[in-house]
Design a binder for this molecule. Structure first.
Ligand code: FAD
Length: 461
């Protein structure tokens, strides 16, 4: 789809707004604030919660729960360092109450940020009537440009008993911590919640129909994570499918494809997400979606209708908050700064907040082998200093994938505490074109785990 650049759009207009944004999640909030700062008359509609998925039922509450879950291990480890802790008790209700308080604080901040930028907020559901007209909870509103930033929603397959399962949305509001939890899925949300509930004391089973979770990530990294999660007591069953779920006296009864049965108190399905486009009026306005329902856009996030743009999870590219933010900036610059802008998707760093955590940037070993003639792989696996006195058997794993022809580092991968914090810095180096020689000539910070990334001298293969 060629980009039909509409030019700077701040001339006197017959429309009420220069930009109307549907959805106040990461993508919509960033686009509307930036556009307003560039002088555009902007409105935004949000029908659930300001801040969208990330703030309310995604990154933020997930990470808060992950912190809570990690204390269990820290209390145990503390004994090796001379502390007597007694018998720590975890209170789910207190955690959820405090988490909700923090999220409502963030909702207020988002409201203020939009307000102070001059963006008009409609706490309402919006849909398209045509390319320039919207129905906002019954009110007719016109806009020169429209931005679809409606995000996604959990997807659960239809099967007998599927009404008994919950998704990540509901998990954040459970009334009590389940004693036994079954998690179905193989993506980052499934693995993260398995570790969260396990850390809090639930008996956790993770069921995935594939042969190894986290498809697309480096295979060796995924295998190391399986080992660590199992060591922490999570029962992981690959190549396993759920046939049906029924209520039973003790809770819920899952029948697996091979006829085996599992009883559980809570079944969390983390089997993927779908774009939130139902009832949006896309067809009425002429906006084309792909066969999975994602809104089709060109490199400038313009849909099949030139004045309608779409960004964030609803376009189904890289479904992460920093990507949604970058796309929001790009659309604001394209429309109101005379600067048609794309978003570079090379070397996107990403993390999985499991226990231990995973973070990665660049190519997996498998991707590098498929695309480069000659690569070298450097790996290291060790016990962190802080685990020694604690008697904690958790291992940290690191890997660098290098193009032997140019010496460029193609991929950096880590499993271990603070992986996200460490890989974020390496991502900067890699975007600047760092070679293995740059890594080798960088002095380490001692004693740290991160220094291993600059001391891997001998290739593993
Ligand atoms: P959303 O944030 O979903 O916002 C869309 C908004 O539009 C919603 O508020 C919705 O209510 C509103 N809306 C929809 N339709 C309408 C309508 N018709 N009218 C009015 N309003 C409407 N990403 C990371 O980078 N790191 C993480 O650690 C991470 N963890 C995650 C954990 C979980 C459990 C989940 C589910 C997601 C996680 N993500 C994470 C992904 C991240 O949350 C999304 O990529 C990001 O929120 C996408 O932003 P968005 O603006 O496109 O959509």
């Amino acid at each position: 789809m060629p980009h039909n650049y509409p030019g700077r759009q701040l001339a006197v207009s017959k429309y009420q707004y220069d930009l109307f944004v549907i959805g106040a999640g990461s993508a919509g909030v960033r686009a509307s604030r930036m556009s307003a700062q560039y002088g555009a008359r902007v409105a935004i509609a949000e029908d659930l919660y300001l801040g969208g998925t990330c703030v309310n039922v995604g990154c933020v509450p997930k990470k808060l729960l992950m912190y809570a879950a990690h204390f269990e291990e820290l209390f145990r480890d503390a004994v090796g360092f001379g502390w007597s802790i007694g018998n720590p008790v975890f209170d789910w209700v207190e955690l959820i109450k405090n988490k909700d308080k923090e999220i409502s604080r963030l909702n207020t901040i988002y409201n203020k940020l939009l307000d102070q930028s001059g963006v008009q907020i409609f706490p309402a559901r919006a849909s398209l009537i045509d390319a320039h007209t919207l129905n906002v909870d019954g009110e007719i509103v016109t806009a020169r440009n429209i931005l679809i930033a409606t995000g996604g929603w959990p997807w659960v397959p239809q099967f007998p008993g599927c009404e008994h399962v919950i998704t990540s949305n509901e998990l954040f509001h459970l009334k009590q911590l389940p004693k036994r939890a079954v998690i179905v899925g193989g993506g980052y949300i499934a693995t993260e919640f398995a570790c969260i509930l396990n850390g809090m004391g639930s008996e956790v089973k993770l069921i995935y129909r594939g042969d190894l979770f986290l498809r697309g990530f480096d295979r060796e990294l995924r295998e190391q994570l399986v080992e660590e999660m199992m060591k922490k007591g999570i029962d992981i069953q690959f190549n396993t499918e759920v046939a049906r779920i029924d209520r039973c006296e003790g809770g819920l009864l899952i029948e697996l494809g091979d006829g085996k049965q599992i009883e559980s108190d809570c079944i969390l399905y983390a089997t993927g997400r779908q774009p939130r486009v139902e009832g949006l009026g896309l067809a009425a306005a002429g906006v084309i979606c792909d066969p999975f329902g994602y809104v089709e856009v060109n490199d400038y996030f313009q849909t099949s209708v030139p004045n309608i743009y779409a960004i964030g999870d609803v376009i189904g590219r890289v479904e992460l908050t920093p990507m949604a933010l970058a796309q929001g900036m790009a659309v604001a610059k394209t429309l109101f700064q005379d600067t048609p802008s794309q978003v570079d998707t090379a070397l996107v760093p990403t993390a999985i907040f499991t226990q231990p955590s995973v973070a990665t940037v660049g190519l997996s070993e498998e991707e590098a082998r498929a695309n480069y003639a000659d690569i070298a792989v450097f790996t290291t696996k060790f016990t962190q200093l802080k685990h020694t006195l604690a008697g904690n058997t958790e291992k940290t794993f690191m890997k660098l994938v290098v193009d032997k022809t140019t010496d460029r580092v193609l991929g950096a991968h880590m499993l271990g505490p603070d992986a996200a914090e460490i890989i974020q810095g390496l991502a900067v180096a890699m975007r600047a074109g760092a070679t293995k020689a740059h890594f080798d000539s960088t002095l380490g910070i001692h004693p740290s785990a991160a220094e291993e990334f600059v001391t891997m001298r001998t290739a593993t293969r």
